[in-house]
Design a protein around this ligand. Sequence first.
Ligand code: HEM
Length: 314
Amino acid sequence: MADENKSNGKNGKVGLVEQVTTAVKEDIQALKTDIPTKAKEQIEGLKDPTKTQVYTSIFRHKHDDTPRNRALGVLSNVFLHLHPAKINRDAVRYSYTWGMGGITFYLFIILTYTGVLLMFYYHPSKVQAFRDVLYLEHDVPFGKILRNMHRWAAHLMVIGVWLHMFRVFLTGSYKKPREFNWNIGVLLLVFTLLLSFTGYLLPDDQLGFWAVTVGTNMARATPLLGHEGPFGSLLGMTPYNDVRFGLLGGSIVDANALLRSYIWHCIGIPIVASVLMIVHFWRVRKDGGISGPAPVVLTAEADKQRRGPKAAGE
Ligand code: HEM
């Protein structure tokens, strides 16, 4: 019995070594024939790049102009996917949307881009802020156009967001199921105005200084939170601990106010506004796309609807 086991074990060992050797040999043989064939295939494929493995791993569907391929094109690409696969043609007419939501967003992108470039030249300190603006205006190559692109885009964004809101109101697009998105829109309007207001102080010129002085003075009268506002004194509000003090980082418009404006303007508000915009666009989709004008009805049909089913002989 012991002998049998021994020989089995020996045979088993030999068997395993043999198996591995043959497998390795087979693999080497396969590599010898496969690699050249694969390489040939790839080189051949380069003549038609759409057949290469790299190409097909990126573009996963055919490109003939069929509705299916167009839908697949949109659905399988993250950037195109930001757009819906199908839309109501009448809903996206400029005569209906005025393009104002899109233009507002486009201006926000320009503002972010030019704003980041401006940050390379601007220091939010009392000593340097105004000098940096002069430097940008007179010495930095393209500095004047950069600063003015930022300023004009800011003015236009404020106008754009109002016009967009006005069109949404005129087309009744705030009604069911879009009430929630209207509210997100109201927040976006507030944040757009706050971006504009916080940017006003940054050049540290007379205009900005007095605008922010007036603006933040209003905060004194905030109910409960301002020291001159209703019930403010009951809560122990003074010029040194009320909401105005919090906004300015002090009791006067000075270095701390400049720094706070800068941080709100460049970091805080843009982040919140970006998140709200993502929610806003997502809601447009979830609410069934842009609302669209009332469906076209033939005069005869409209007549029927007006007179009711009896008059129509139904
Ligand atoms: C930063 C500000 C804003 C941006 C970038 C923005 C962007 C957009 C875009 C691109 C659309 C698609 C339709 C279109 O272009 O008209 C849209 C739709 C809409 N927006 Fe805005 N929006 C902003 C502010 C507002 C405001 C202030 C309101 C209202 C208070 C609002 C309410 C709506 C509603 C209800 C829709 C759906 C309209 C429909 O289905 O017809 N949005 N927004």
